[in-house]
Write a protein of this length. Structure first.
Length: 592
């Protein structure tokens, strides 16, 4: 299969485009067996590929100067070099002067590869005074090449090879003859083809006794890795004569993607799907339907969903479980804002580019209210950065080509501060409340296992769940209660790791005092209910109405009809107004 970027190059050459900026996965090897070339770095592949068409290829970098890239000696008709008369150790301006003459000459076919183009024509972010005079002069020459008709009528080519996505925007503006070619990371089919070819030669994977992964499985879990990293994993396995395990791949993958996106994304590899989530049946049911739709009819699936509600009640855990169910990498977006002009937008484009490369994937924006918030009103204090970034995100989220392949998931404790237009992009909003007593009963053993403990069979978790101190807890606080019960048990027993009995679990539960404001949590919970996109996603509801053995939280008593499951929004809004006033009074009193 011919690489997509190479097809774009051939098409653009036919359209008389002579200048190219190569960006993206430029430090990787090109694996294109049909070319008859072995997997080799991009610039050497280009040199060999073009040499077969009769091109003389030269490369230049500031550090290494000019060098001719000669074709292999086995070539029957080596190209006569136009570079023979070039003296060594020329300064950059003289090298480019020679290059201009080569490019304008229609009597031969020349291709120039300017390596590390980010250092020759760097992006200035509007601050040209910060760029050296040598770089500014080189930028002028390269810009002139792009508009030079005497170059356009020749077959001669210029390639600017970028490794940092920092080539000046001046070269990519309309009217300048440079085309951006983004070299993507290999997709699953390409990875499997490369893995099969290399593993057969090295005798790893299928041939290794006790191997945990086939080539197909490895191709699936290595999404986000370039060929060179896959090669390193296979060589390491062959050298050590050890099977390649999933954990090793995951660790390497997280490190590579973090480096690829300059630390703007965290990669999560969840170990559990929905089977590892206790409670939250309303959310699991709805997300289960979403998973089935994405797998069967992705074009009709929800493209973005928002999980809102009380802190520490399972939103983050469920996002990762959803990624596991889909088989998608979970990419958690970090803060992408920077103070330099244009840096925030550039960070956003880098994140979106990585997401497209890794698709299908799940993009997770935790605490999205703090990351994006609302657009500025009136005269913008950030020169319009917020508006431009939100507009770009909306455009990306709404693109049909991403539907079913890139799922956006936002989580928030305060969705009321989100921009209304951004909220409108999330077709599905699911509320999260405090766990009910029956959910606490089910959660306690699960949370004990998460901290490496077990609860004794004689412990009555249902009784513990009814204690006044555990009314409207968070899942995080329940985990702390279990951990404390384990410590108390170890101290009294004089040994570590014994199953936690009822007495110590009850002691820890009665001793618990929430470190959060219950009124504020109630306000957040009610606001989450008000923002739910469908009545059937309310925790006590289902598509058919009230859930079997449905429970409601203490603060919802009198607001929910336990026959129909309908929520009285008038009472909810009245209670939210009371809480808002009480919270304002409380905040005001703290000032004095």
């Amino acid at each position: 299969m011919k690489p997509g970027w190479l097809e774009q190059l051939d098409e653009a050459r036919a359209g008389k485009t002579r200048g190219y900026v190569l960006d993206g996965n430029t430090a990787d090897r090109v694996h294109y067996p049909e070319s008859g070339l072995p997997p080799i770095p991009v610039k050497y592949f280009l040199a060999a590929y073009l040499a077969r068409e009769g091109y003389a290829v030269g490369q230049y970098s500031l550090a290494n100067g000019f060098e001719e890239m000669r074709p292999p000696s086995r070539e029957r008709n080596p190209v006569k070099s136009p570079f023979a008369s070039l003296p060594n150790n020329l300064p950059p301006d003289q090298v480019l002067a020679h290059a201009t003459r080569w490019l304008r000459n229609p009597d031969h076919k020349v291709a120039l590869i300017l390596d590390y183009a980010d250092h020759m024509a760097p992006s200035s972010n509007g601050m040209n005074a910060m760029v050296g005079q040598v770089q500014l002069a080189m930028l002028e020459v390269m810009h002139a090449w792009g508009m030079d008709e005497s170059i356009r009528i020749t077959p001669n080519l210029v390639f600017l090879l970028s490794y940092e996505s920092q080539v000046s925007d001046l070269l990519l503006r309309g009217g300048v003859g440079y085309k951006m070619l983004t070299i993507p990371l290999p997709n699953e089919v390409q990875r499997q083809d490369y893995i099969q070819a290399l593993s057969a030669r090295l005798g790893v994977l299928q041939e290794n006794e006790g191997a945990e992964m086939s080539a197909k499985e490895m191709a699936r879990v290595t999404s986000g890795l370039p060929h060179v990293e896959i090669e390193e994993l296979l060589y390491r396995s062959a050298t050590r004569k050890l099977p390649l395990d999933l954990e090793t791949v995951r660790e390497r993958k997280a490190a590579v993607i973090n480096q690829l996106c300059h630390g703007l994304l965290d990669v999560h590899e969840p170990k559990f799907g929905f089977e590892g989530v206790s409670g939250l049946d309303h959310a699991k049911d709805e997300l289960g339907r979403l998973v089935r739709t994405i797998k069967v009819d992705p074009q009709t699936a929800t493209a973005a969903l928002l999980l809102v509600g009380v802190p520490g009640c399972g939103k983050s855990f469920l996002v990762q479980a959803l990624a596991r169910e889909l088989g998608y990498p979970c990419l958690a977006m970090r803060t992408i804002r920077e103070g330099l002009v244009g840096a925030s937008e550039r960070n956003l484009e880098r994140v979106l580019g990585v997401a497209e490369t890794l698709s299908p994937c799940l993009i997770w924006q935790d605490e999205i209210d703090q990351m994006l918030g609302k657009r500025n009103t009136g005269q913008s204090m950030d020169a319009g950065t917020s508006e431009r970034m939100m507009g770009r995100i909306w455009e990306f989220m709404g693109s049909m080509k991403h539907r079913g392949r890139i799922l956006w998931v936002g989580t928030s404790n305060r969705p009321d501060v989100l921009d209304s237009a951004l909220l409108d992009r999330f077709q599905l909003v699911i509320p999260f409340l405090h766990p009910t007593p029956s959910e606490v009963n089910a959660l306690l053993p699960v949370l004990a296992a998460q901290v490496g403990r077990t609860i004794s069979s004689e412990a009555r978790c249902g009784v513990i769940a009814q204690l006044p101190t555990l009314q409207n807890p968070t899942v995080r606080s329940l985990q702390e209660v279990v951990a404390r019960a384990g410590v108390l048990m170890d101290v009294d027993m004089g040994q570590s790791g014994s199953p936690i009995d009822h007495a110590h679990l009850e002691e820890a539960a009665r001793d618990f005092k929430p470190n959060y404001n219950p009124m504020q949590h109630e306000f957040i919970a009610l606001n989450a209910l008000r923002m739910a996109s469908f009545s059937s996603v309310l925790p006590w509801r289902s598509r058919k109405g009230l859930r079997t053995n449905a429970e409601i939280q203490h603060y919802l008593e009198g607001m929910v009809d336990m026959q129909s499951g309908e929520l009285d929004y008038e009472k909810l809004n009245r209670r939210m107004s009371e809480l808002a006033v009480a919270l304002q009074v409380e905040q005001h009193s703290r000032r004095f």
